[in-house]
Design a protein around this ligand. Structure first.
Ligand SMILES: [Fe+2]
Ligand SMILES: [Fe+2]
Length: 406
């Protein structure tokens, strides 16, 4: 991931601020044009934080927007991300941000990039003369509007003692509000306006979705049921996994209700004996693999997924999959699947596994490394006691080992 290029003080730096909610190809196109046309060395993307006393829709948090931007520009050579506005808990005025940047990297020359709509109301911004003191202004314009803006720019240049540069670029009028509405209503979005990496980020973190889980049995009803079905130790483990999954969901920014349902239900079939698991699957036409005949306890995942869907009316496939793969894992798990897989191993009632403290801390630092550690220890333990190891566990381990060594 690119962060602000702190080593190179003395560069021509384009500043592109905004909420980036979400970041889209309009932002990327403006940044690329500014870089090329104005001979800049680099562009710093500066996502806004969450200012106080302002009615901000924080359904997608500032951190999430920051990570979405970081992810989107990670492979662009001269694009960097800067958290100067994210780390402030006060309202971020542009003049203050530019002053701070100037004080931090005094040898850089800054170019603040804005659209023509912002230019038209620039005189109503806080301290435009200070903005002009610390940065030249690059104005991205629709090509047919150059004439109408040149008069305004000449006026501002004198009034605020600033340098204004017109940038003719393939400026695309993309409305973030429209993009958000499209994503939340249809869960299908026009990928021509959003970079592929952004689409993956939004989809992985399930951002902008309108949630509807009213048809699921309530958490309280399921708890009342499970407390009578599971042994006390297993029920406590279940609550531990649910709470830990919620915590990891907060850390990795995925919808908490998915973590809650998946955590609560992951072991809902754990009270079945091996014989009961096999006959349940045979009765319901659930496929049993050779591995599962060798180690029938693995079937509590498939049976649990069936019960979650048919008894507790949990129809969200992402929850169902996280129940299905909570024991063996699978290569390229979704974030929710990983959260449940890891929570199952580290929840507070667990105490026997080796290096639990290491894995618990790692889970909140880097979930891919934590996943690889859990698989490594599980395989090592099963090998030591000469127990059967499902091939999926080995494949999952190989996948995450390669991923973290990349
Ligand atoms: Fe389990
Ligand atoms: Fe479990």
């Amino acid at each position: 991931m690119n962060h602000t290029n702190k080593l190179n003080d003395g560069r021509k730096v384009g500043i592109l601020g905004g909420t980036f909610n979400p970041i889209h190809s309009g932002h990327i196109n403006i940044a690329k044009s500014a870089l090329e046309e104005c001979n800049l060395d680099e562009i710093w993307f500066i996502p806004n934080g969450c200012p106080p006393h302002k009615n901000v829709d924080d359904k997608v948090s500032a951190i999430s927007r920051y990570k979405m931007v970081a992810n989107t520009i990670a492979n662009e050579d001269k694009f960097y991300i800067n958290d100067i506005e994210l780390s402030s808990i006060e309202y971020n005025y542009t003049h203050k941000t530019l002053e701070k940047l100037h004080n931090k990297f005094p040898n850089n020359k800054y170019y603040f990039i804005m659209g023509e709509d912002s230019l038209r109301c620039f005189d109503s911004w806080r301290k435009p003369e200070v903005i002009c003191k610390y940065a030249s202004i690059i104005v991205a314009i629709r090509s047919n509007n150059a004439n109408s803006l040149s008069k305004l720019i000449s006026e501002y240049a004198i009034r605020f003692n600033g340098e204004f540069i017109l940038l003719n670029c393939d400026y695309i009028d993309i409305s973030s509000t429209e993009l958000r509405n499209t994503i939340s209503k249809d869960n299908l979005y026009n990928t021509s306006n959003i970079e592929e990496t952004t689409v993956s980020y939004i989809s992985e973190h399930m951002l902008y979705e309108e949630y509807d889980y009213s048809s699921f049995n309530s958490i309280e009803d399921i708890k009342t049921d499970l407390v009578n079905i599971l042994k006390p130790k297993r029920y406590n483990h279940t609550l531990g996994v649910m709470d830990t999954a919620i915590n990891l969901g907060m850390r990795y920014d995925i919808p908490l209700y998915l973590c809650q349902y998946a955590g609560l239900l992951h072991d809902c079939a754990k009270s079945f004996t091996k014989e009961e698991l096999i006959s349940f699957c045979e009765d319901k036409n659930i496929e049993i693999t050779d591995s599962e005949y060798k180690a029938p306890h693995l079937l509590h995942c498939k049976v649990g997924a069936y019960i979650a869907r048919n008894k507790y009316n949990v129809t969200d496939e992402r929850i169902i999959n996280s129940i299905l793969f909570h024991t063996t894992g699978r290569p390229n798990m979704s974030l929710l699947e990983q959260v449940v897989f890891v929570a199952d191993y580290i929840e507070p009632n667990r105490c026997k596994a080796n290096r639990l403290n290491e894995i618990r801390a790692m889970a909140y630092y880097d979930i891919d490394i934590a996943t690889a550690m859990i698989l490594q220890d599980t395989i090592s333990y099963l090998t030591d006691i000469d127990a059967f190891i499902d091939d999926k566990t080995n494949k999952t381990y190989e996948y995450y080992l390669e991923l973290i060594n990349d």
